[in-house]
Design a protein around this ligand. Structure first.
Ligand code: ZN
Length: 77
């Protein structure tokens, strides 16, 4: 009964394959860091026009933040 043997072989391969998949998935989950959102940048608000922008792109002036140099000087005058 070569057909039966073949069927058995296919079933075994499938079992091993699905077990490996399950195993690798659980390993992946263990190794991954907990889902921390990629540290969203601080958003600041332009004191002149109210637009929100990341702190790194803002122009800082004292305690206030601005979207551009023009708004900074407008606000201060
Ligand atoms: Zn602005």
């Amino acid at each position: 009964m070569i057909l039966l043997k073949l069927l058995l072989l296919v079933v075994i391969i499938w079992l091993v394959y699905s077990l490996l998949k399950k195993y690798s998935r659980s390993v992946d989950r263990d190794e991954q860091a907990p889902d921390v959102p990629a540290s969203p940048e601080d958003m600041v608000r332009c004191a002149r026009c109210g637009v929100h922008l990341p702190r790194s792109e803002a122009i800082l002036s004292g305690d206030e933040t601005f979207c551009c140099e023009a708004h900074r000087s407008e606000h201060q005058s």
